[in-house]
Design a protein around this ligand. Structure first.
Ligand SMILES: *Cc1c(COP(=O)(O)O)cnc(C)c1O
Length: 390
């Protein structure tokens, strides 16, 4: 049985139970107060950094508006994300186009709307930016190796080798753009703080060589996301991330710290959400099988995609949990007719032996990469709904 006190306060749990009692499942309940606290804490631990919330983590309007009110800026990846954020009255000055994969006409659109800053990691994209957004600020994303220590790696697909970043920033200047900085993402749910050390060292090298060889003085480091949310696998506290990262920055940049940007997604909203699902069926594959299969009304296609490869292991509470109650291992699966729709089979959750059809399962820490990461209507199942608890 999960000790839910590690994830949610008694008070918040009571409020949540009351709020969710009559809601149809599956659904996600997001606690806005948790996000407010997370933002305030992050800002306190990184007072020297500007925070650009990665909208993709949870694009609910109330969340964006709350963060805007608290002073956040936003990392935007697409036109619809941009439209949504602008429609909420947020100034384009507070936005950055962080996707390195974009169409020329989308660059033009971002430019027209007044977004000042663009990420890139390739020559062709840079040429498009030079054409569509002359003079814009450019930051180049460098590759960092993070496939083994991040639970949801973002390696390989994004970023370029530092040698190429060097060339791109020279090219940016030559094309009339403003070479502005370096970005990296050490991988989402990154449990090895040392990954920031390597990335910052590479960044330092680029700052120095570009200034010495080319007279290009960069002014910004975008350290991406990667800070953890609270799942079953232990992580260091955010305070330890902050202490260590500050030390890496001081070691490499001393007092001459450039502008620092953070793009948190998961760590800001992850623990704000609780996904409520209902048990559709409990069964065994033969009369003597030790494991029960527990089928739920939520699965990989309506909210829990990050269970792919069992990458993210959410803490799960059931409506039958009792301290000291008898439990046994289960295999958890979703409702669709796709055999990929199994949530956890290798990793065995233990659940009450009297778990029955109609009981509820509560997936804690499901505020990030769930609601917006669901299919439209695979097998006819509707996208999972999010409710905001103020
Ligand atoms: C997804 C993403 C983030 C957020 O990462 P988290 O690990 O959720 O904090 C930040 N920056 C970029 C460019 C991203 O694509």
């Amino acid at each position: 049985m999960v000790n839910k006190g590690e994830y949610v306060s008694d008070e918040d749990w009571r409020r949540f139970l009351e709020f969710s009692r009559d809601l149809e499942t599956p659904c996600i309940v997001v606690n806005l107060q948790t996000i407010r606290n997370n933002f305030t804490r992050l800002k306190g631990l990184f007072p020297y950094a500007d925070i650009y919330y990665a909208v993709k983590a949870n694009p609910e309007e109330e969340i964006i508006s709350l963060l805007a009110e608290l002073g956040s800026c936003f990392d935007i990846a697409s036109r619809p994300e941009l439209d949504k954020v602008l429609a909420l009255g947020i100034s384009p000055e507070r936005l950055s186009y962080g996707n390195t994969i974009k169409k020329a006409r989308d660059i033009a659109y971002f430019r027209e709307k007044g977004v000042p800053m663009f990420a890139t990691d390739s020559k062709e994209d840079l040429k498009n930016i030079a054409q569509q957004a002359p003079g814009a600020r450019i930051y180049v994303r460098i590759l960092v190796e993070n496939s083994t220590t991040a639970d949801w790696p973002l390696s390989r697909k994004f970023g370029c080798h530092p040698d190429m970043a060097y060339d791109l920033l020279i090219m940016a200047r030559d094309l009339g753009l403003t070479p502005y900085g370096i970005s990296f993402h050490v991988g989402s749910q990154q449990r090895d703080i040392g990954q920031w050390d390597d990335a910052i060292a590479k960044t330092r090298y680029l700052f120095t060589s570009l200034e010495e060889d080319e007279g290009i003085r960069l002014s910004m480091i975008n350290m991406g996301g990667g800070f953890p949310a609270n799942y079953t696998q232990p992580t260091n506290d955010l305070a330890e991330y902050s202490t260590e990262i500050k030390r890496y920055l001081l070691d490499d940049f001393g007092d001459d710290l450039p502008k620092i940007i953070l793009e948190p997604g998961r760590s800001l909203v992850g623990n704000s959400g609780i996904l409520v699902s209902e048990v559709i069926l409990v069964s065994r594959k033969n009369n003597t099988a030790l494991n029960r299969w527990v089928y739920l009304d939520t699965g990989k296609f309506n909210g829990l995609i990050e269970t792919l490869d069992e990458s993210i292991k959410y803490p799960i509470v059931t409506s039958k949990d009792v301290v000291g109650g008898k439990e046994a291992e289960v295999i958890l699966a979703g409702p669709t007719c796709d055999s990929m729709d199994i949530l956890y089979e290798d990793y065995k959750y233990r659940m009450p032996v009297d778990l029955k059809i109609g009981d509820r399962l509560y997936f804690l820490s499901t505020g990030a990469y769930t609601g917006s990461y669901a299919s439209v209507s695979f097998n006819g199942f509707l996208p999972i709904k999010t409710y905001i608890m103020k």
